[in-house]
Design a protein. Structure first.
Length: 279
């Protein structure tokens, strides 16, 4: 067992609400595994109290924090964001650099790292197709641009939202109308669902995966249920997949490293622990 020099530090998740989060389960697993004396708690902070809490984060005893809805955009304004957080327009991880409170968005590396593990070589494709134009889509598109994917098609039921987001990322990101999916799928090497379709309580994502190439990769950011109808259909076709739980686990790595001074690994044991909690 590796014992870290950093002891007695704590981090938290700030949200409203936040009780549903699996982040404490993930970070407490790593703290125990590496023998680090520290903690990770949930802080339910309403919007009107968020600024005061964040500006006195160290006074409250925290070396940093995760931020979830509805605070991600406000966190960007109250901290010194890096390029990723600025590009995505939201911060989900806060940490101190000396006395300066900085922020980043680890959804980007969570998405990319999960793909690298689940489907090595996925980035050899010339065309990716991203479904949805919300906040999660921003992180995905930034990651694909950063990785150098030549063409990233962005489809949304409201074409204007897709166009606005695409304009922020340059010529490689191409807005697409939802009714053109049938034309795009045959040349798509990576299909990513960033919408809530397929989530428990939501209708399934209704697209014809038979149109995808045989070597395509399908990723879904939804992790409740663990296997969405989209991923089930992709696996039935023999396509490689990357699920939302993998992204959740990988996005936690960077925050832990920033707060506790050790870069943890995403293991099958950790995944099984979180899976059991989701069931």
């Amino acid at each position: 067992m590796m014992i870290a020099e950093t002891t007695g530090r704590a981090a938290c998740l700030i949200g409203w609400p936040a009780a549903h989060s699996r982040s404490p389960l993930i970070h407490h697993y790593w703290l125990r595994l590496h023998g680090i004396t520290g903690g990770y708690s949930i802080e339910a902070i309403p919007p009107e109290g968020f600024a005061e809490f964040v500006m006195h984060l160290s006074t409250h005893g925290f070396a940093g924090a995760n931020v979830t809805i509805p605070h991600k955009e406000r966190a960007l304004q109250l901290t010194e964001p890096d390029e990723r957080a600025r590009a995505v327009g939201a911060a989900n991880t806060l940490y101190y650099d000396g006395a300066v409170l900085r922020s980043t968005n680890t959804d980007v590396e969570g998405f990319i790292s999960n793909l690298d593990v689940a489907a090595p070589g996925w980035d050899r494709t010339g065309d990716a197709l991203v479904l949805g134009a919300g906040g999660a889509s921003r992180a995905v598109v930034f990651g694909l641009v950063e990785r150098g994917i030549p063409r990233i098609h962005l489809a949304n039921r409201t074409m204007e939202r897709a166009r606005v987001l695409a304009d922020q990322f340059g010529a490689r990101v191409i807005p697409a109308a939802w009714n053109t999916l049938g034309e795009l799928l045959p040349r798509t090497g990576l299909l990513v669902n960033t919408t809530s379709l397929g989530m428990n309580g939501q209708p399934p994502l209704d697209i014809d995966l038979a149109l995808l190439p045989r070597d395509a990769v399908v990723a879904d950011l939804v992790y409740v249920p663990l296997e969405t109808p989209l991923l089930s259909a992709a696996r039935a076709r023999g396509l490689r997949t990357a699920d939302g739980l993998g992204m959740l686990l990988h996005q936690a790595v960077r925050g832990f490293e920033l707060w506790f001074g050790l870069r943890p690994a995403v293991t099958q044991e950790l995944r099984a622990l979180v899976e059991a909690d989701l069931l």
